[in-house]
Design a protein around this ligand. Structure first.
Ligand code: ADP
Length: 304
């Protein structure tokens, strides 16, 4: 699997304060990855090192296969970033600022209209930045990060300082971006459950150490947390009745042409054996592991 970010044995201290202590993780190309951990765990430090803004003490870091510290300009040209506390020129208007930034980054002006549309900012094109709400400022931040078709986006706490409604909107926006952008995204957050719907890969960090990382599927298997399968079936009710009879099945939801079945932690092998049997009987057309609970995973991995 090709990795767009590769970090091995990363160490960074601020004076005597250790911020990263031997952190190791990878981010596969095409994923929406969460860098998840409590405040002070080293997320922003990691982001800054990936951006080439901060020099590491030791360890190997590769972004697009290059060291971001020695190839900062090349790496920066190919990525988009949303900093945790961005500063915007508040008297500037939205569209002119984006046009200016597009010129600096070296892409066409038509790119500005694309990101205004993607970020839901078209009707604010002429607004002064100081008139935007916090939620819309974050949309502007995303629009800037999306400018010039980056291959990778680094979003540092994109939902921090937002009220719950605006948080949800920004997360929905990030979720819908995947197909339109085709970019790999690394999002840091200390609010774990809210990334459930967005991330398909997670890097759990605590006190500067990456405790575990992997696709949601790998992590769910490794840590035995409960998970949901999407089961495609022509006769979903019949399949549901077979599933619900099993001791390891927690819940079954019947939908038009499929069933969502939630199985107990550690029961993946049993669940998949049963689904294979149902497939052999012609009742199940296919199945895939959909979601593991991020909050449950986090509790298992980080809190032990
Ligand atoms: P997070 O983004 O997960 O909140 P940070 O990377 O900002 O974590 O911080 C990791 C650790 O490094 C924390 O203990 C923090 O207090 C410390 N730290 C971060 N920046 C500095 C700095 N400029 N000087 C001294 N200590 C810092």
């Amino acid at each position: 699997m090709p990795y767009i970010i590769s970090v091995r044995g990363l160490v960074k201290r601020y004076g005597k304060v250790p911020a990263l202590r031997n952190a190791t993780f990878h981010v596969p190309e095409g994923s929406i990855a969460g860098l998840l951990g409590p405040n002070g765990s080293g997320k922003t430090t990691t982001m800054k090192i990936l951006l080439g803004l901060l020099r590491r003490d030791s360890g190997d870091v590769e972004v697009f296969g290059m060291d971001p510290w020695t190839h900062e300009a090349e790496v920066r040209r190919r990525l988009g970033v949303l900093h945790e506390n961005p500063n915007y020129p508040v008297n500037e208007k939205v569209r002119p600022l984006l046009v200016h930034l597009a010129r600096i980054k070296g892409c066409r002006e038509s790119e500005v209209d694309r990101v205004l549309r993607l970020a839901g900012l078209v009707e604010y094109s002429d607004s002064r930045i100081r008139a935007l709400s916090r939620g819309y400022l974050q949309r502007l931040g995303l629009a800037i990060a999306m400018l010039c078709e980056p291959e990778l986006m680094l979003l540092d706490e994109p939902t921090a300082h937002l009220d719950p409604g605006a948080r949800l909107e920004i997360l929905r926006l990030i979720g819908t971006l995947r197909e339109e952008l085709g970019a790999t995204v690394l999002i840091s957050s200390h609010i774990i459950p809210e990334l459930q719907e967005v991330c398909d890969y997670a890097v759990f960090i605590q006190s500067g150490v990456v405790v575990d990382h992997g696709s949601m599927e790998e992590l769910a298997r490794r840590h035995g947390v409960s998970a949901s399968y999407r089961v495609d079936a022509r006769r979903p009710r019949l399949v549901a009745s077979r599933l619900i009879a099993e001791e390891f099945v927690e819940a079954v939801e019947v939908l038009d042409d499929h069933v969502v079945v939630r199985v107990k932690g550690g029961a993946h092998a049993q669940a998949e054996a049963l689904l294979s049997r149902l497939a052999a009987e012609g009742l199940v057309e296919g199945y895939e592991l959909r979601t593991a609970s991020l909050a449950e995973l986090y509790a298992r991995v980080v809190a032990g």
